[in-house]
Unconditional design. Structure first.
Length: 261
């Protein structure tokens, strides 16, 4: 791997780490609550905000676009919090409907745009290999605040607070890596570590699975000249399976031996 490829992988890897930093702990909570597709729905709504801002002629990386994306995500977060309070038994179905509505609204907004197909592809798959260090700084600040709120105020973030913090985390991530990779970073490490009872160990193992998948995916995508987001999703899935089949049984047996001793 030459220096040019390393210069591309560097910021892309940092972007992956930033996304994993918030999505691994949030993913365990999402899995516990049984609202698996909330990430897809809010990410799609945030993307709809970006599309709407773009259709108004605002600069792609301007402040107004970010405000539009966050505002749209917060509106979605409030709406889903409200439905969770009133119709909890059908919450997952309502989240799915929200995703479909936001996705099709984006298609309608881009119907007259000659570059609409490319915009949709960027929103879904992302362009993680084209991320630069300047883009990462504001995301790092937002994710740092999200993590502080999550770890020090988690017990008080049971209602709208959880949905709101989720909206900020997703909005910060989706424009870096795309909707598919955001969803994968949220759910796949959480699924791989679902049997681990200790919260700290589970989060640590989730980070390990996510980091290994992102590194392998980035190296493979650059070496084979394949779409990075799609390759990383598959590598995340592969490392999650390897962890569930090979690593977790070893951890479980080690804990059992300690208990017997």
């Amino acid at each position: 791997m030459n220096s040019f490829e390393l210069s591309i992988i560097g910021p892309a890897l940092l972007a992956s780490i930033l996304v994993l930093s918030t999505h691994v702990p949030l993913g365990t909570e999402v899995l516990r609550r049984g609202i698996i597709f909330i990430d897809l729905a809010i990410a799609q709504v945030a993307g709809l905000g970006v599309i709407a801002a773009d259709s108004m002629g605002w600069e792609a990386e301007g402040a107004m676009v970010q405000i539009a994306a966050v505002s749209a995500a917060l509106v979605a977060a409030f709406a889903l919090h409200w439905t969770d309070r009133h119709w909890p038994k059908i919450q997952e179905a309502l989240i799915g409907v929200s995703f479909v509505l936001a996705a099709t609204a984006g298609i309608l907004l881009l119907a007259g745009n000659p570059h609409g197909g490319e915009h949709l592809k960027e929103l879904l798959v992302g362009q993680i290999l084209w991320v630069n260090y300047e883009q990462l700084l504001p995301v790092a600040v937002v994710n740092g605040l999200v993590l502080l709120a999550w770890y020090y105020m988690r017990d008080r973030l049971q209602g709208f607070g959880f949905y709101a913090i989720f909206a900020f985390a997703v909005t910060a991530s989706v424009q870096l890596v795309g909707i598919y990779l955001v969803f994968a970073c949220l759910i796949i490490p959480a699924l791989a570590t679902r049997h681990i009872s200790g919260r700290g160990l589970r989060i640590l193992c989730g980070y390990a699975v996510g980091f290994a998948g992102c590194v392998a995916g980035l190296v493979l995508s650059v070496s084979a000249d394949l779409p990075a987001g799609a390759v990383i999703v598959w590598c995340l899935s592969l490392f999650a399976l390897l962890f569930a089949w090979l690593v977790w049984p070893v951890i479980r047996n080690t804990d059992s031996d300690k208990g017997k001793a």
